[in-house]
Design a protein around this ligand. Structure first.
Ligand code: FES
Ligand SMILES: [Fe+2]
Length: 447
């Protein structure tokens, strides 16, 4: 359980909040490059960390992010014209480039324009496009910190797949905590029996051959933490599923086939989170099936709702909390523990999106929970977040992987060891990025 203060400390991400300030120390993924198909294409509304933005690719091909409201008198730049190296506000024609520089104030007399332009700046956040993704830096530094060196940012573009996104209608922390909690695989994602018929949609479900719950063991690092969930196999071997948490909002969980993926839980605001899964392969381009697996088949459950210009409607699947996530009681009776399709984080969302605080907002009140040993990683990461957010607030010290992005060069993996093996020693060398070597994945229990 957390005190109310600590819960608020690490849940809220708006400007000026301790956790929001911590996230703003980092480059974070914002939108896939495919959202900006060509130079001069129409601006998009975006909302990140509770701030309303307009993102666009200017006529020179640069991607930019400006605060939505025009510095003149606050009109929405969503309606701006994207022309000749900047956005021209539709209200009085003032124009700004991707760096926020004022290029023109045509509603003023010609002799006044230059001076006024020199005084006015739009709030602009640096963007960087790499391997099909646009990242953004929303922090206070004049020169942004070095770019994160996650493997999917280091691989050649051809070996990296399209980012797959699922909007989750809840606070970022309760969403990311699912990736830190391996025990729920044996329940939420499980099939009813080893021989249960495969459901018609989605993945067939997780099956733990011995039925014993996993034993968790956590390791803290300079960049976050990783943990093993150890399960006993019928042959007496021990299976370790080792997952990563990397500051401030990323995880890595094993995909199989030697592929790698970064999972980022990016807060749109306090009550909406984009889960971005960005897959790649260290040795070769991904196959169609691998892209499908990492994309997790949203089209199988009807795809996304038709979006409006409100970013909270982006990547929102048609099956969602308003229709019980497409639950089928016949699937629940004969195939899966929960009759919601095992597609992306849909089953997880059925659990996390309905967790609320006393105002019935989807930000769980953790003063009410009761934790067990299977929550070890959740506890470890919460403690790290509380410490990091407090240290930044009180001493102005960010975590080490802000300025040393080499710390991001890590992987997750699964390993089968003989009982009594020192898993930490054995796994450690395979939890770092190794060029042209597939990621470790000895066994996949999603049958
Ligand atoms: S409000 Fe944008 S130019 Fe006037
Ligand atoms: Fe899950």
């Amino acid at each position: 359980m957390l005190s109310k203060e600590n819960n608020e400390l690490i849940c809220r991400v708006g400007r000026g909040t301790p956790m929001g300030n911590l996230m703003r120390q980092y480059w974070i993924p914002a939108l896939p490059a495919r959202e900006f198909p060509e130079a001069g294409s129409p601006p998009l509304r975006m909302r990140l960390l509770g701030e309303n933005l307009v993102m666009f690719r200017d006529t020179l091909g640069r991607v930019g992010a400006l605060e939505e409201y025009c510095p003149h008198r606050g009109a929405s730049l969503y309606f701006a014209r994207n022309e000749e190296g900047g956005l021209r506000c539709a209200y009085h024609g003032w124009k700004f480039d991707v760096n926020g520089n004022c290029m023109d104030t045509p509603s003023e007399q010609p002799d006044k324009r230059e001076k006024l332009c020199a005084r006015v700046k739009a709030k602009a956040y640096p963007c960087r496009e790499i391997n099909k993704m646009v990242w953004i830096y929303m922090g206070p530094r004049e020169t942004p910190p070095p770019f994160p060196e996650f493997e999917i940012n280091l691989l050649p573009d051809a070996q990296v797949g399209e980012p797959q996104i699922m909007m989750e209608q809840a606070n970022w922390l309760q969403n990311i905590e699912g990736d830190l909690d391996s025990a729920h695989l044996d329940w939420l994602h499980s099939r009813l029996g080893e021989d249960s018929p495969k459901p018609e949609v989605g993945l067939p479900g997780f099956w733990n051959p011995t039925g014993l719950p996993p034993i968790l063991d956590t390791v803290t690092t300079d960049y976050g933490a990783y943990y093993s969930a150890k399960r006993l196999m019928p042959d007496g071997m021990e299976w370790h599923r080792v997952n990563q948490f990397i500051f401030p909002l990323h995880t890595m969980i094993t995909l199989g086939n030697g592929a790698v993926a970064l999972r980022s839980f990016v807060p749109v605001d306090d009550f909406h989170t984009m889960l971005i899964t960005h897959p790649g392969h260290p040795c070769r381009p991904l196959t169609k099936e691998e892209e499908y697996f990492s994309g997790m088949g949203f089209e199988e459950v009807g795809g996304y709702v038709e979006r409006t210009s409100d970013p909270r409607t982006y990547y929102l699947t048609k099956v969602n909390k308003d229709n019980d996530y497409g639950r089928s009681m016949s699937m629940q009776k004969s195939q899966m523990f929960l009759g919601v399709p095992f597609v992306g984080n849909l089953q997880d969302r059925a659990m996390t999106e309905l967790m609320t605080n006393e105002d019935e907002e989807p930000m769980y009140d953790r003063t009410r929970e009761h934790l067990g040993t299977s929550d070890a990683m959740v506890v470890t990461v919460r403690r790290q977040l509380i410490n990091a957010a407090s240290k930044l607030r009180d001493e102005n010290t960010p975590p080490p992987n802000v300025d040393n992005p080499k710390l991001d060069r890590v992987r997750c993996g699964t390993f089968k060891f003989k009982p009594g093996t020192d898993w930490k020693a054995e796994a450690k060398p395979r939890l770092v990025v190794r060029e042209n070597e597939p990621a470790a994945g000895d066994l996949n229990l999603i049958l």
